[in-house]
Design a protein around this ligand. Structure first.
Ligand SMILES: Nc1nc2c(c(=O)[nH]1)N[C@H]1C(S)=C(S)[C@@H](COP(=O)(O)O)O[C@H]1N2
Ligand SMILES: [Mo]
Length: 327
């Protein structure tokens, strides 16, 4: 695996892991001391338009993992985002010209409230939380990423879905002029993903607008993308322009591309192999471990955990469901 260093990011601009972690500990201590006080004082979410702008009023989340996050370079140069090309380095290399502002999100379907909302207005009512989550790609690699986002459950409740809304469907921007990967038929466009209403209203999923305390880089799905930490990475759709409350289950992009390989549920499951490879183990991405024992260690595969380790929060969603059939 070859990871290129972003040429136009000076090392001084990259948040060092040390300074980042000490800030994180400070935030944790503040949260423990102040609890709701800290959350109560959070500013309404404002999404600045400048690249790498800091997000204000971010509060730490109880759902964060204690694992050490991957470096900023790992998180922003090793990506899947077929709208900008199919190789891991393509999204970083091909998305820098992309302008994600202005941006609006259309909410349609079986809900009391629907309409088209400017990104600002869409995000404003909610608290920005830092959620450090593991991301497990179906390709058997993983990272730990300090996302910043808003609770998807809070957003969904606000639109008051009707009882006929059984699924929440998400769509990525479809604009081949701005997304060069869409000029090829690597997938059927627009990219579509979906969750059951129970999954979408579970406390874990977020709509991320930032990473490492800053606005989302284009390659990570700017300006807004989904994060569903107990599912394979492809469920975490980027560049969302549409949210639809549906009575019927959507046919998602990866299901359409290869139905035997990518199921609708896509729950991380070490016992159910992808038809072409095992899901029992995973490789933690690590390009900046500094060589020696550490890099040997990080290159080694580690066992994959059921539901990516989030079982206590989500296993009940699948009671009585055969997870081999419903993969
Ligand atoms: N629109 C869109 N969303 C997408 C993808 C994509 O190709 N297009 N790739 C998915 C896959 S396979 C993964 S593993 C994650 C990667 O997210 P990251 O690059 O921020 O780590 O994004 C997901 N979201
Ligand atoms: Mo993935």
């Amino acid at each position: 695996m070859l990871i290129r260093k972003p040429a136009d990011i000076r090392p001084s601009e990259i948040t060092t892991k040390e300074s980042y972690l000490s800030r994180r500990n400070f935030m944790k201590a503040a949260a423990l001391a102040g609890g709701s006080l800290v959350a109560g004082e959070a500013l309404p979410a404002i999404i600045p338009e400048a690249r790498r702008a800091k997000l204000e009023g971010v509060v730490p989340s109880e759902y964060s993992t204690d694992e050490t996050p991957n470096s900023y370079t790992d998180v922003t140069t090793y990506n899947n985002y077929y709208e900008f090309g199919v190789r891991k380095e393509d999204p970083y290399q091909n998305s820098q010209e992309f302008e994600p502002h202005p941006w609006s999100i259309e909410v349609t379907g079986n809900a009391e409230k629907t309409g088209t909302f400017a990104l600002e207005d869409f995000v404003k009512p909610y608290t920005l939380e830092e959620r450090i989550y593991r991301l497990r790609c179906v390709e058997a690699w993983s990272m730990v990423i300090p996302w910043v986002g808003i609770s998807l459950a809070d957003v969904i409740k606000q639109f008051k879905p009707l009882s006929s809304a059984k699924y929440v469907v998400f769509e990525t921007l479809h604009d081949a002029k701005r997304m060069p990967g869409q000029r090829s038929r690597s997938l059927r466009w627009p990219y579509v993903e979906g969750l059951t209403i129970a999954e979408a209203t579970n406390p874990l999923p977020i709509l991320a607008v930032g990473v490492y305390g800053e606005v989302l880089p284009n390659q990570n799905g700017a300006p807004i993308r989904l994060i569903v930490p107990w599912k394979y990475g492809f469920k975490s759709i980027k560049g969302i322009v549409k949210i639809h409350f549906s009575e019927t289950r959507p046919r998602t992009s990866w299901e359409l591309a290869a139905p035997h390989e990518y199921g609708f549920y896509a729950n991380v499951n070490p016992e159910v192999s992808h038809p072409r490879w095992s899901q029992a183990r995973e490789r933690r991405i690590g390009s900046e471990q500094g060589g020696g024992l550490q890099s040997l260690f990080s290159a080694a595969k580690q066992p994959t955990v059921m539901f990516n380790g989030y079982g206590e929060h989500v296993a009940h969603l699948y009671d009585g469901l055969d997870l081999r059939k419903n993969f």
